[in-house]
Design a protein around this ligand. Structure first.
Ligand code: COI
Length: 358
């Protein structure tokens, strides 16, 4: 990890904080932002000086390539505050690496690790009052890169902007989550960009997800594009199934996001000695298990959602409800992960990272 801050950062402080206007006990995910944001431009073949300035609009030429060709990638991370007011992050190296994996696929220049951590940690120190200690609270961090070069020729931009925004957060989903197994639309295909955290992966889901929402389901669980038989991920979360006492999830591939929460669940499951299978999961197997009463749980795992139980699913027009589970795996993983994140339990995996006091 990074040891010393080497990076010069231009900092312009907000004249007045908005924090006293915020009701931290009643937050709608992703709609409130802190007082400052970080930005860094790429031009003349290199990333320029990091800048932190008051949160506000940015100005772009209407022909900027991000608007026309969707060269845009992002990450989702969280920061937490310990009892002694120290600031902690959860596996931030994974997000930093994945941002650059996405960058390569979208023909965007990679963002250097030292700039990423020096900028992020400086911003977190400035915004530390926005990180609440209450259970379930965190500061959601949204790093992203967009193509800012003007001109509508269809080729990779020569200019980009990297930014980090911070948003105080509680839970992502409120209420019960029921899902629809996709049998018409697809999220990704082999050789495509499904594994990348790029904006278009999300835009492409909005219409089918809206149809699902209108029909009473909060999310779509995507299936493979060629047969619609194998369950892949839920777009905002990776998905886990519990049949009997076996925990099952799909292997990551070029169609599926390699989720940080997903890999943490797998490590915790192994540590607890659970029976785990990372393999192809057919919709027919889940349907048969639901009919036989052996499908005990489904849940989603993601940074924003943490661990979110799924209480029912629809497959080809038929609704299935899951039983209320005693000794639920979802509850176990949620508590285990959030206790590590918030330093309430020992972190024997070395996943937590103490933000430097820059
Ligand atoms: C995250 O979990 O951080 C994500 O990026 C999902 C997003 C749709 C909120």
């Amino acid at each position: 990890m990074i040891t010393d801050k080497k990076t010069a950062i231009e900092i312009q402080r907000a004249t007045q904080s908005k924090i006293s206007e915020i009701d931290f006990s009643n937050l709608d995910f992703g709609n409130v932002f802190t007082d400052h944001m970080l930005e860094c431009d790429y031009k003349d073949g290199k990333w320029q000086t990091l800048k932190i300035r008051p949160y506000g609009p940015i100005s772009l030429d209407p022909s900027a390539k991000v608007f026309h060709y969707g060269q845009a990638i992002f990450e989702g991370m969280k920061a937490y505050k310990g009892d002694d007011d120290s600031i902690w992050m959860f596996r931030p190296d994974e997000n930093q690496k994945r941002l650059n994996t996405s960058a390569v696929r979208l023909a965007i220049p990679e963002f250097p690790k030292d700039l990423f951590f020096d900028g992020l940690e400086t911003l977190l120190n400035i915004e530390k009052d926005w990180i609440q200690k209450e259970e379930g609270s965190s500061l959601y961090i949204r790093p992203f890169v967009i193509a800012t070069e003007s001109g509508v020729s269809a080729n990779p931009a020569k200019e980009y902007k990297f930014m980090i925004l911070c948003s105080p957060a509680q839970s992502y989903y409120s209420g019960e989550v029921r899902v629809l197994f996709a049998d018409t639309y697809s999220r990704s295909a082999s050789g495509g960009v499904g594994f990348a955290k790029c904006a278009g992966n999300y835009a492409g889901q909005f219409y089918p997800t809206k149809l699902a929402n209108d029909a009473g389901y909060q999310q779509v669980v995507w299936t493979d594009a060629s047969t619609h038989e194998n369950l892949e991920e839920a777009g905002t979360m990776n998905v886990f199934f519990r049949i009997g006492d076996t925990l099952i999830t799909a292997p990551t591939s070029d169609r599926i996001l390699d989720g940080v929460t997903r890999k943490s669940v797998l490590a915790l499951a192994e540590d607890k000695g659970l029976q785990v299978e990372v393999r192809t999961i057919s919709v027919y197997e889940i349907e048969a298990a639901a009919k036989a009463g052996t499908l005990k749980e489904m849940f989603g795992a993601g940074t924003a959602a943490v661990i979110n139980p799924i209480v029912g699913f629809n497959f080809q027009g038929v609704d299935y409800e899951l039983p209320k589970s005693e000794n639920s795996y979802a509850d176990y993983f949620k508590k285990a992960i959030t206790d590590i994140q918030t330093k309430k339990s020992e972190d024997k995996f070395g996943w937590t990272y103490k933000v430097r006091n820059l």
